[in-house]
Design a protein. Structure first.
Length: 468
Protein backbone atom coordinates (compact mmCIF):
# COMPACT_ATOMS: atom_id res chain seq x y z
CA UNK A 1 0.00 0.00 0.00
CA UNK A 2 1.15 3.53 -0.73
CA UNK A 3 1.88 5.62 2.32
CA UNK A 4 1.65 9.40 2.41
CA UNK A 5 5.03 9.28 4.12
CA UNK A 6 6.51 7.87 0.91
CA UNK A 7 6.20 11.31 -0.65
CA UNK A 8 6.78 14.83 0.56
CA UNK A 9 3.82 17.18 0.37
CA UNK A 10 4.20 20.92 0.87
CA UNK A 11 1.48 23.27 2.06
CA UNK A 12 0.83 26.53 0.23
CA UNK A 13 2.45 28.68 2.92
CA UNK A 14 5.72 26.74 2.60
CA UNK A 15 6.06 27.65 -1.07
CA UNK A 16 7.08 30.78 -2.89
CA UNK A 17 4.44 33.36 -3.71
CA UNK A 18 2.83 33.89 -7.09
CA UNK A 19 4.94 33.14 -10.13
CA UNK A 20 6.82 36.28 -11.25
CA UNK A 21 6.07 35.45 -14.88
CA UNK A 22 2.76 33.59 -14.97
CA UNK A 23 -0.23 34.68 -12.83
CA UNK A 24 -0.52 31.38 -10.95
CA UNK A 25 0.24 30.06 -7.50
CA UNK A 26 1.52 26.59 -6.70
CA UNK A 27 -1.40 25.06 -4.80
CA UNK A 28 0.63 22.06 -3.66
CA UNK A 29 3.57 19.80 -4.52
CA UNK A 30 4.07 16.10 -3.97
CA UNK A 31 7.25 14.11 -4.55
CA UNK A 32 6.06 10.56 -5.26
CA UNK A 33 9.63 9.22 -4.86
CA UNK A 34 9.11 7.15 -8.01
CA UNK A 35 7.97 7.57 -11.60
CA UNK A 36 4.60 6.61 -12.99
CA UNK A 37 4.33 3.67 -15.38
CA UNK A 38 1.85 5.59 -17.56
CA UNK A 39 0.51 9.16 -17.52
CA UNK A 40 -1.92 10.13 -14.80
CA UNK A 41 -5.59 10.73 -15.52
CA UNK A 42 -7.56 13.53 -13.88
CA UNK A 43 -11.21 14.33 -13.31
CA UNK A 44 -12.88 17.27 -11.56
CA UNK A 45 -12.04 15.98 -8.09
CA UNK A 46 -9.14 13.52 -8.19
CA UNK A 47 -5.79 12.64 -9.75
CA UNK A 48 -5.21 8.93 -10.49
CA UNK A 49 -1.59 7.75 -10.74
CA UNK A 50 -0.26 4.33 -11.83
CA UNK A 51 3.08 4.05 -10.01
CA UNK A 52 6.05 1.97 -11.12
CA UNK A 53 5.78 -0.32 -8.08
CA UNK A 54 2.29 -1.44 -9.20
CA UNK A 55 0.33 0.89 -6.92
CA UNK A 56 -2.75 2.66 -8.26
CA UNK A 57 -3.06 5.87 -6.26
CA UNK A 58 -5.87 8.45 -6.04
CA UNK A 59 -5.25 11.97 -4.65
CA UNK A 60 -7.58 14.92 -4.18
CA UNK A 61 -7.05 17.56 -6.83
CA UNK A 62 -7.37 20.50 -4.43
CA UNK A 63 -5.05 19.41 -1.61
CA UNK A 64 -3.07 16.34 -2.72
CA UNK A 65 -4.41 14.25 0.15
CA UNK A 66 -4.55 10.51 -0.47
CA UNK A 67 -8.07 9.25 -1.19
CA UNK A 68 -7.24 5.58 -1.71
CA UNK A 69 -4.58 3.24 -3.06
CA UNK A 70 -4.46 -0.37 -4.14
CA UNK A 71 -1.99 -2.74 -5.77
CA UNK A 72 -3.05 -2.88 -9.41
CA UNK A 73 -0.37 -2.94 -12.14
CA UNK A 74 -1.47 -0.92 -15.16
CA UNK A 75 -0.20 -1.66 -18.68
CA UNK A 76 -2.00 1.08 -20.58
CA UNK A 77 -3.63 4.47 -20.39
CA UNK A 78 -5.88 5.21 -17.42
CA UNK A 79 -9.25 6.85 -18.15
CA UNK A 80 -11.88 8.44 -15.91
CA UNK A 81 -15.46 9.43 -16.69
CA UNK A 82 -18.52 10.08 -14.52
CA UNK A 83 -16.81 8.74 -11.40
CA UNK A 84 -15.60 5.51 -13.05
CA UNK A 85 -11.89 4.77 -13.43
CA UNK A 86 -10.84 2.39 -16.24
CA UNK A 87 -7.49 0.57 -16.19
CA UNK A 88 -6.09 -1.92 -18.69
CA UNK A 89 -3.75 -4.86 -18.19
CA UNK A 90 -2.89 -7.07 -21.16
CA UNK A 91 -6.26 -8.64 -22.18
CA UNK A 92 -8.18 -7.21 -19.22
CA UNK A 93 -10.22 -4.04 -18.87
CA UNK A 94 -10.90 -3.26 -15.21
CA UNK A 95 -13.29 -0.66 -13.76
CA UNK A 96 -13.03 0.95 -10.32
CA UNK A 97 -15.17 3.39 -8.38
CA UNK A 98 -13.15 6.61 -8.58
CA UNK A 99 -14.34 7.76 -5.15
CA UNK A 100 -13.14 4.78 -3.11
CA UNK A 101 -11.18 2.45 -5.41
CA UNK A 102 -13.73 -0.36 -5.12
CA UNK A 103 -13.58 -2.89 -7.97
CA UNK A 104 -16.69 -2.66 -10.16
CA UNK A 105 -16.14 -5.15 -12.97
CA UNK A 106 -13.56 -6.87 -15.18
CA UNK A 107 -13.95 -7.70 -18.87
CA UNK A 108 -11.53 -10.16 -20.46
CA UNK A 109 -10.94 -10.05 -24.22
CA UNK A 110 -9.48 -12.86 -26.28
CA UNK A 111 -6.59 -10.60 -27.35
CA UNK A 112 -4.86 -7.43 -26.26
CA UNK A 113 -6.10 -4.02 -27.33
CA UNK A 114 -4.59 -0.95 -28.99
CA UNK A 115 -6.77 2.04 -28.12
CA UNK A 116 -9.50 2.79 -25.61
CA UNK A 117 -11.82 5.77 -25.18
CA UNK A 118 -14.52 6.50 -22.59
CA UNK A 119 -17.18 9.21 -22.68
CA UNK A 120 -20.63 9.68 -21.17
CA UNK A 121 -21.00 6.06 -20.10
CA UNK A 122 -19.65 4.52 -23.34
CA UNK A 123 -16.37 2.58 -23.42
CA UNK A 124 -14.99 1.75 -26.89
CA UNK A 125 -11.97 -0.54 -27.32
CA UNK A 126 -10.05 -1.48 -30.44
CA UNK A 127 -8.52 -4.96 -30.43
CA UNK A 128 -5.36 -5.93 -32.31
CA UNK A 129 -7.31 -7.60 -35.14
CA UNK A 130 -8.98 -4.23 -35.98
CA UNK A 131 -12.21 -5.13 -34.17
CA UNK A 132 -14.07 -2.46 -32.21
CA UNK A 133 -16.02 -3.37 -29.09
CA UNK A 134 -18.44 -0.99 -27.35
CA UNK A 135 -19.15 -1.59 -23.64
CA UNK A 136 -21.41 0.02 -21.08
CA UNK A 137 -19.00 1.64 -18.63
CA UNK A 138 -21.16 1.14 -15.55
CA UNK A 139 -21.16 -2.68 -15.66
CA UNK A 140 -18.93 -3.78 -18.58
CA UNK A 141 -21.80 -5.17 -20.64
CA UNK A 142 -20.80 -5.53 -24.31
CA UNK A 143 -23.25 -3.75 -26.64
CA UNK A 144 -21.78 -4.32 -30.10
CA UNK A 145 -18.69 -5.39 -32.06
CA UNK A 146 -17.55 -4.38 -35.52
CA UNK A 147 -14.52 -5.30 -37.63
CA UNK A 148 -13.24 -2.08 -39.23
CA UNK A 149 -10.35 -3.51 -41.27
CA UNK A 150 -7.79 -0.85 -40.30
CA UNK A 151 -5.99 0.10 -37.12
CA UNK A 152 -6.60 3.41 -35.42
CA UNK A 153 -3.75 5.88 -35.90
CA UNK A 154 -4.81 7.81 -32.78
CA UNK A 155 -7.35 7.57 -29.99
CA UNK A 156 -10.97 7.64 -31.27
CA UNK A 157 -13.31 10.44 -30.23
CA UNK A 158 -16.91 10.26 -28.99
CA UNK A 159 -19.25 13.19 -29.51
CA UNK A 160 -23.03 13.11 -29.36
CA UNK A 161 -24.31 9.90 -30.93
CA UNK A 162 -21.25 9.21 -33.10
CA UNK A 163 -17.80 7.67 -32.86
CA UNK A 164 -14.99 9.29 -34.88
CA UNK A 165 -12.09 7.05 -35.93
CA UNK A 166 -8.73 8.21 -37.36
CA UNK A 167 -7.43 5.19 -39.29
CA UNK A 168 -4.21 4.25 -41.07
CA UNK A 169 -4.61 2.50 -44.43
CA UNK A 170 -2.24 1.04 -47.02
CA UNK A 171 -2.62 4.16 -49.18
CA UNK A 172 -2.63 6.82 -46.47
CA UNK A 173 -5.39 7.60 -44.02
CA UNK A 174 -9.13 7.44 -43.49
CA UNK A 175 -11.63 9.18 -41.23
CA UNK A 176 -14.42 6.75 -40.42
CA UNK A 177 -17.57 7.73 -38.50
CA UNK A 178 -19.84 5.17 -36.82
CA UNK A 179 -23.21 5.41 -35.12
CA UNK A 180 -22.36 5.07 -31.43
CA UNK A 181 -25.43 3.06 -30.46
CA UNK A 182 -25.10 0.38 -33.18
CA UNK A 183 -21.61 0.57 -34.69
CA UNK A 184 -23.06 1.10 -38.18
CA UNK A 185 -21.03 3.15 -40.65
CA UNK A 186 -22.25 6.75 -41.13
CA UNK A 187 -19.60 7.95 -43.61
CA UNK A 188 -15.92 7.71 -44.53
CA UNK A 189 -13.46 10.25 -45.92
CA UNK A 190 -10.03 9.20 -47.27
CA UNK A 191 -7.11 11.64 -46.96
CA UNK A 192 -3.55 11.48 -48.25
CA UNK A 193 -1.86 11.33 -44.84
CA UNK A 194 -2.36 9.38 -41.63
CA UNK A 195 -4.77 11.38 -39.44
CA UNK A 196 -4.03 12.34 -35.87
CA UNK A 197 -6.57 12.73 -33.05
CA UNK A 198 -9.88 14.25 -34.15
CA UNK A 199 -11.62 17.13 -32.38
CA UNK A 200 -15.36 16.86 -33.18
CA UNK A 201 -17.28 20.10 -32.64
CA UNK A 202 -19.45 21.93 -35.20
CA UNK A 203 -16.98 20.38 -37.67
CA UNK A 204 -14.09 17.91 -37.44
CA UNK A 205 -10.64 19.43 -36.87
CA UNK A 206 -7.45 17.37 -37.13
CA UNK A 207 -3.95 17.27 -38.57
CA UNK A 208 -2.19 14.50 -40.46
CA UNK A 209 1.19 13.12 -41.49
CA UNK A 210 0.87 14.76 -44.93
CA UNK A 211 1.62 18.14 -43.28
CA UNK A 212 -1.98 19.34 -43.71
CA UNK A 213 -4.53 20.54 -41.18
CA UNK A 214 -8.14 19.70 -42.10
CA UNK A 215 -11.68 20.83 -41.39
CA UNK A 216 -14.38 18.27 -42.38
CA UNK A 217 -18.15 18.63 -42.32
CA UNK A 218 -19.96 16.73 -39.60
CA UNK A 219 -22.83 15.57 -41.78
CA UNK A 220 -20.99 13.89 -44.64
CA UNK A 221 -17.22 14.28 -44.17
CA UNK A 222 -16.70 16.60 -47.13
CA UNK A 223 -13.56 18.72 -46.76
CA UNK A 224 -14.33 22.39 -46.05
CA UNK A 225 -10.67 23.45 -46.25
CA UNK A 226 -7.16 22.26 -45.59
CA UNK A 227 -3.95 24.17 -44.85
CA UNK A 228 -0.34 23.21 -45.51
CA UNK A 229 2.26 23.35 -42.73
CA UNK A 230 5.97 22.61 -42.65
CA UNK A 231 5.72 19.40 -40.62
CA UNK A 232 3.50 16.54 -39.48
CA UNK A 233 0.61 17.27 -37.12
CA UNK A 234 -0.18 14.41 -34.81
CA UNK A 235 -1.91 15.75 -31.71
CA UNK A 236 -5.20 17.39 -30.76
CA UNK A 237 -5.81 21.02 -31.67
CA UNK A 238 -7.40 23.54 -29.31
CA UNK A 239 -10.23 25.93 -30.18
CA UNK A 240 -12.10 28.98 -28.98
CA UNK A 241 -15.07 30.80 -30.52
CA UNK A 242 -13.03 32.27 -33.38
CA UNK A 243 -9.83 30.30 -33.89
CA UNK A 244 -8.35 26.82 -33.97
CA UNK A 245 -4.79 26.30 -32.68
CA UNK A 246 -2.33 23.50 -33.41
CA UNK A 247 1.37 22.63 -33.42
CA UNK A 248 3.39 20.90 -36.12
CA UNK A 249 6.82 19.36 -36.34
CA UNK A 250 8.31 22.42 -38.00
CA UNK A 251 8.30 23.77 -34.41
CA UNK A 252 5.50 26.25 -35.07
CA UNK A 253 2.22 26.97 -33.29
CA UNK A 254 -0.48 28.35 -35.58
CA UNK A 255 -3.87 30.00 -35.18
CA UNK A 256 -6.36 29.68 -38.04
CA UNK A 257 -9.79 31.19 -38.49
CA UNK A 258 -12.16 28.47 -37.35
CA UNK A 259 -14.61 29.06 -40.20
CA UNK A 260 -12.48 29.65 -43.28
CA UNK A 261 -8.95 28.50 -42.41
CA UNK A 262 -7.30 31.90 -42.86
CA UNK A 263 -4.11 32.17 -40.85
CA UNK A 264 -4.43 34.61 -37.94
CA UNK A 265 -0.91 34.24 -36.56
CA UNK A 266 1.99 31.84 -36.22
CA UNK A 267 4.85 31.72 -33.74
CA UNK A 268 8.05 29.64 -33.44
CA UNK A 269 8.49 27.35 -30.45
CA UNK A 270 11.65 26.98 -28.38
CA UNK A 271 11.73 23.23 -28.91
CA UNK A 272 10.01 20.38 -30.65
CA UNK A 273 6.33 20.07 -29.65
CA UNK A 274 5.36 16.73 -28.15
CA UNK A 275 1.67 17.55 -27.71
CA UNK A 276 -0.94 19.90 -29.03
CA UNK A 277 -1.73 23.21 -27.32
CA UNK A 278 -4.00 23.50 -24.31
CA UNK A 279 -6.23 26.57 -24.06
CA UNK A 280 -6.59 28.11 -20.61
CA UNK A 281 -8.83 31.19 -20.82
CA UNK A 282 -6.99 33.55 -23.21
CA UNK A 283 -3.71 31.62 -23.03
CA UNK A 284 -2.26 28.75 -25.02
CA UNK A 285 -0.09 26.40 -22.98
CA UNK A 286 2.52 24.35 -24.85
CA UNK A 287 5.13 21.90 -23.63
CA UNK A 288 7.67 19.50 -25.08
CA UNK A 289 10.15 17.10 -23.54
CA UNK A 290 11.94 19.86 -21.65
CA UNK A 291 10.69 21.27 -18.32
CA UNK A 292 9.91 24.61 -19.98
CA UNK A 293 6.24 25.40 -20.57
CA UNK A 294 5.49 28.27 -22.95
CA UNK A 295 2.36 30.42 -22.94
CA UNK A 296 0.97 32.54 -25.79
CA UNK A 297 -1.94 34.97 -26.04
CA UNK A 298 -4.73 33.37 -28.06
CA UNK A 299 -5.70 36.51 -30.00
CA UNK A 300 -2.28 37.94 -30.87
CA UNK A 301 0.12 35.01 -30.50
CA UNK A 302 2.48 37.08 -28.36
CA UNK A 303 4.39 35.15 -25.67
CA UNK A 304 2.88 36.00 -22.29
CA UNK A 305 4.97 33.88 -19.97
CA UNK A 306 6.65 30.64 -19.17
CA UNK A 307 6.78 28.18 -16.32
CA UNK A 308 9.62 25.77 -15.58
CA UNK A 309 8.78 22.43 -14.00
CA UNK A 310 11.23 20.62 -11.74
CA UNK A 311 12.18 18.09 -14.40
CA UNK A 312 11.16 16.77 -17.81
CA UNK A 313 7.41 16.31 -18.08
CA UNK A 314 5.89 12.83 -18.16
CA UNK A 315 2.64 14.08 -19.71
CA UNK A 316 1.23 17.31 -21.13
CA UNK A 317 -0.04 19.86 -18.60
CA UNK A 318 -3.66 19.05 -17.76
CA UNK A 319 -6.07 21.91 -17.08
CA UNK A 320 -9.29 21.40 -15.12
CA UNK A 321 -11.83 24.14 -15.90
CA UNK A 322 -14.38 24.67 -13.14
CA UNK A 323 -17.40 26.93 -12.71
CA UNK A 324 -15.48 29.45 -10.59
CA UNK A 325 -12.22 30.77 -12.02
CA UNK A 326 -10.44 30.58 -8.65
CA UNK A 327 -11.21 26.85 -8.49
CA UNK A 328 -9.41 26.05 -11.76
CA UNK A 329 -6.37 23.79 -11.50
CA UNK A 330 -3.48 22.83 -13.80
CA UNK A 331 -1.56 19.60 -13.15
CA UNK A 332 2.11 19.01 -14.02
CA UNK A 333 3.78 15.61 -13.63
CA UNK A 334 7.50 15.05 -14.26
CA UNK A 335 9.29 11.88 -15.32
CA UNK A 336 10.84 11.60 -11.85
CA UNK A 337 7.48 11.63 -10.06
CA UNK A 338 7.21 15.27 -9.00
CA UNK A 339 3.56 16.34 -9.02
CA UNK A 340 2.73 20.06 -9.11
CA UNK A 341 -0.77 21.55 -9.06
CA UNK A 342 -1.18 25.20 -10.03
CA UNK A 343 -4.06 27.51 -9.13
CA UNK A 344 -4.95 31.06 -10.25
CA UNK A 345 -2.87 33.66 -8.41
CA UNK A 346 -4.47 35.03 -5.25
CA UNK A 347 -2.87 38.47 -5.56
CA UNK A 348 -2.31 41.00 -8.33
CA UNK A 349 -0.26 39.89 -11.30
CA UNK A 350 3.47 40.34 -10.69
CA UNK A 351 6.27 41.00 -13.15
CA UNK A 352 9.87 40.03 -12.65
CA UNK A 353 12.44 42.81 -13.23
CA UNK A 354 14.39 40.26 -15.27
CA UNK A 355 11.54 39.85 -17.74
CA UNK A 356 11.56 42.42 -20.55
CA UNK A 357 8.36 44.30 -21.19
CA UNK A 358 8.71 43.67 -24.92
CA UNK A 359 7.81 40.23 -26.35
CA UNK A 360 10.22 37.40 -25.61
CA UNK A 361 9.97 36.31 -29.25
CA UNK A 362 9.35 38.34 -32.43
CA UNK A 363 5.85 39.61 -33.05
CA UNK A 364 3.72 37.06 -34.91
CA UNK A 365 2.62 37.58 -38.46
CA UNK A 366 -1.01 38.77 -38.42
CA UNK A 367 -3.70 38.66 -41.07
CA UNK A 368 -6.65 41.08 -40.66
CA UNK A 369 -10.00 39.44 -39.97
CA UNK A 370 -11.36 41.14 -43.07
CA UNK A 371 -8.99 39.22 -45.32
CA UNK A 372 -10.41 35.85 -46.38
CA UNK A 373 -7.97 33.38 -47.87
CA UNK A 374 -10.45 30.58 -48.49
CA UNK A 375 -13.87 30.46 -50.08
CA UNK A 376 -16.40 27.76 -49.37
CA UNK A 377 -15.15 25.82 -52.40
CA UNK A 378 -12.30 23.35 -52.01
CA UNK A 379 -9.03 25.14 -52.77
CA UNK A 380 -5.45 23.93 -53.31
CA UNK A 381 -3.06 23.89 -50.35
CA UNK A 382 -1.98 27.18 -48.85
CA UNK A 383 1.49 28.71 -49.05
CA UNK A 384 4.62 26.53 -48.80
CA UNK A 385 6.08 25.71 -45.39
CA UNK A 386 7.57 28.52 -43.37
CA UNK A 387 11.05 27.03 -43.58
CA UNK A 388 11.02 26.62 -47.36
CA UNK A 389 14.56 26.98 -48.83
CA UNK A 390 16.16 27.68 -45.44
CA UNK A 391 19.08 25.72 -44.03
CA UNK A 392 19.54 24.44 -40.50
CA UNK A 393 21.89 23.03 -37.94
CA UNK A 394 20.80 20.87 -34.98
CA UNK A 395 21.87 22.10 -31.55
CA UNK A 396 22.21 19.29 -29.03
CA UNK A 397 23.49 20.97 -25.87
CA UNK A 398 25.16 24.05 -24.38
CA UNK A 399 28.00 23.78 -21.85
CA UNK A 400 29.82 26.37 -19.75
CA UNK A 401 32.95 24.19 -19.50
CA UNK A 402 35.16 23.45 -22.49
CA UNK A 403 36.19 20.00 -21.24
CA UNK A 404 32.60 18.83 -20.82
CA UNK A 405 31.69 20.10 -24.28
CA UNK A 406 34.72 18.40 -25.83
CA UNK A 407 33.78 15.09 -24.19
CA UNK A 408 30.21 15.42 -25.46
CA UNK A 409 31.41 15.99 -29.01
CA UNK A 410 33.61 12.90 -28.74
CA UNK A 411 30.72 10.75 -27.51
CA UNK A 412 28.46 11.94 -30.33
CA UNK A 413 31.12 11.22 -32.93
CA UNK A 414 31.56 7.72 -31.51
CA UNK A 415 27.82 7.25 -32.14
CA UNK A 416 28.29 8.29 -35.77
CA UNK A 417 27.05 11.90 -35.54
CA UNK A 418 29.15 14.62 -37.26
CA UNK A 419 29.16 16.79 -34.14
CA UNK A 420 31.17 19.96 -33.71
CA UNK A 421 31.61 22.68 -31.10
CA UNK A 422 31.13 26.41 -31.51
CA UNK A 423 31.76 29.12 -28.92
CA UNK A 424 29.53 32.08 -28.15
CA UNK A 425 30.66 35.48 -26.97
CA UNK A 426 31.79 35.66 -23.38
CA UNK A 427 29.03 36.10 -20.79
CA UNK A 428 28.97 36.59 -17.04
CA UNK A 429 29.15 32.81 -16.60
CA UNK A 430 32.00 32.44 -19.07
CA UNK A 431 32.16 31.39 -22.69
CA UNK A 432 29.34 29.02 -23.64
CA UNK A 433 30.19 26.02 -25.82
CA UNK A 434 27.39 24.97 -28.16
CA UNK A 435 27.30 21.38 -29.43
CA UNK A 436 25.81 21.11 -32.92
CA UNK A 437 25.40 18.57 -35.72
CA UNK A 438 25.36 19.51 -39.40
CA UNK A 439 26.06 22.98 -40.76
CA UNK A 440 23.70 23.35 -43.74
CA UNK A 441 20.90 20.81 -43.47
CA UNK A 442 17.57 20.83 -45.25
CA UNK A 443 14.52 20.95 -42.98
CA UNK A 444 13.49 17.34 -43.62
CA UNK A 445 17.04 16.07 -43.06
CA UNK A 446 17.31 18.04 -39.82
CA UNK A 447 13.98 16.72 -38.51
CA UNK A 448 14.98 13.12 -39.25
CA UNK A 449 18.24 13.76 -37.42
CA UNK A 450 16.32 15.00 -34.37
CA UNK A 451 14.14 11.87 -34.46
CA UNK A 452 17.27 9.68 -34.53
CA UNK A 453 18.76 11.62 -31.61
CA UNK A 454 15.58 11.09 -29.60
CA UNK A 455 15.73 7.37 -30.40
CA UNK A 456 19.26 7.40 -28.94
CA UNK A 457 18.00 9.10 -25.78
CA UNK A 458 19.07 12.68 -26.63
CA UNK A 459 15.84 14.61 -26.17
CA UNK A 460 16.84 18.29 -26.03
CA UNK A 461 17.95 18.78 -29.65
CA UNK A 462 16.45 21.72 -31.51
CA UNK A 463 16.60 23.38 -34.91
CA UNK A 464 18.79 26.44 -35.45
CA UNK A 465 18.36 28.37 -38.70
CA UNK A 466 21.56 29.17 -40.57
CA UNK A 467 22.25 31.29 -43.63
CA UNK A 468 20.62 30.18 -46.89
Amino acid sequence: MYSQNAGTIFAQEELLGPSPIVPVDVAWLLDLKQATSYPATIDDERIYLPLMDGTLLALTLDTGAQVWSRHRPVHGKLMADNGILIATHEQLVIAFDGANGQHLWTHRFEQSHLTTVISNGWLVIQLRDSTLAALRATDGHEIWRRHIGNNASAEPAISGNRLYLPLETASGGLVSVLELSTGELAWEQPISGVPGPILPLDALFFGASDNFFYRLRLADGNIDWYVRTGGDIYDLPAVDEERVYFTSLDNIVRALDRQNGAQRWRMPLQGRPETGPIRVDNSLVLSGLSPNIQMFHTETGRPIGRFTAGNELAMPPHHVQREKHDDNRTVLLTRTGELTVLAPATGPEQLSPEVPLHPILPSPSRIPHTQILFTKSFLPPSDPPIFHARRFTVQVAVYDKFSAARDAVGQLREQGYPAFMTSSRRTRVGTLQRIRIGQSLGHGHAMRLIEQLEFDGITDARLIATAN
